[in-house]
Design a protein around this ligand. Structure first.
Ligand SMILES: CC(C)(COP(=O)(O)OP(=O)(O)OC[C@H]1O[C@@H](n2cnc3c(N)ncnc32)[C@H](O)[C@@H]1OP(=O)(O)O)[C@@H](O)C(=O)NCCC(=O)NCCS
Length: 218
């Protein structure tokens, strides 16, 4: 993810030891006793990465509990994001004074079924994906970009966004995406300056799609 985010954002990608790292008590309480081992490992790797990213910013590696909606609760002076998918986990943090929000997402690079594609992509996005160069499952990139958009949007606005509430345009030459949020969601937002557009970067290899974006401070 380092390649996808600006220098003001500290990024940590999980090493093998992170999956079996230590949780703070406040984090363990959020995870609960009943979490299956794969969920426990993912959650733990995310917290280990978050602490390494905080340390890279010169900050104490404090607990990152989860809110009731499962969003991570960062120290007030920080913004941050976590993602995990099979065998891959990363966290990123930045000082709120420098970055308004950060989001990132990693997904398996694979074909989406027609049903899932329709759920994720607007018809216009499906058409555009069909015109992009072969060799990449472009709807999977749109999917990941939309999760990244949500991870930027939700910490600021606090409201839900459907997959059809953002229109994503991919630029394969630049490795960037531009997401335009539905005007109705912006009008309904009860915060000042809800983000109307999220511009991010993406990378695709044989196994993994990665996307990331930041919003500048107001
Ligand atoms: C929240 C969501 C984006 C997570 O994405 P995912 O691909 O399922 O999973 P990832 O591994 O990439 O990310 C999971 C992490 O996201 C973070 N997260 C969860 N809810 C979040 C929220 N509301 N805001 C920001 N981050 C959130 C958590 O850190 C979580 O990891 P943890 O539980 O171990 O702490 C996804 O589950 C979801 O609800 N999507 C629907 C909303 C959406 O994306 N709409 C598209 C709008 S255009």
């Amino acid at each position: 993810m380092r390649d996808l985010l600006p220098p003001a954002v500290a990024v940590a990608v999980a090493d093998p030891g992170d999956w079996a790292g230590q949780l703070h008590a406040a984090e363990a309480a959020c995870l609960g006793d009943r979490a299956v081992s794969s969920r426990r490992r993912d959650f733990t790797a995310g917290r280990s990465c978050a602490r390494r990213a905080m340390a890279a910013l010169g900050l104490p590696p404090v607990a990152v509990p989860a809110a009731a909606d499962r969003s991570p609760v960062w120290p007030s002076e920080l913004v941050g994001t976590i993602t995990h998918t099979r065998g891959y986990c990363a966290a990123a943090v930045a000082r709120r004074a420098e970055i308004r929000s950060v989001g990132m997402d990693a997904e398996q690079h694979k074909e989406l079924s027609p049903g899932v594609r329709r759920l994720i992509c607007l018809p216009e996005e499906e058409d555009r994906c069909g015109r992009l160069p072969p060799g990449v499952f472009w709807p999977a990139v749109v999917f990941s970009a939309k999760e990244t958009v949500y991870k930027n949007w939700h910490p600021i606005v606090g409201t839900w966004l459907d997959f059809h509430d953002a229109l994503v345009d991919l630029d394969p030459d630049a490795g960037t995406f531009t997401a335009r949020i539905a005007p109705a969601r912006i009008d309904a937002a009860s915060v000042a300056h809800p983000p109307a557009t999220v511009i991010g970067r993406f990378a695709v290899d044989a196994d993994l799609v990665r996307t990331a974006a930041t919003l500048p401070p107001l």
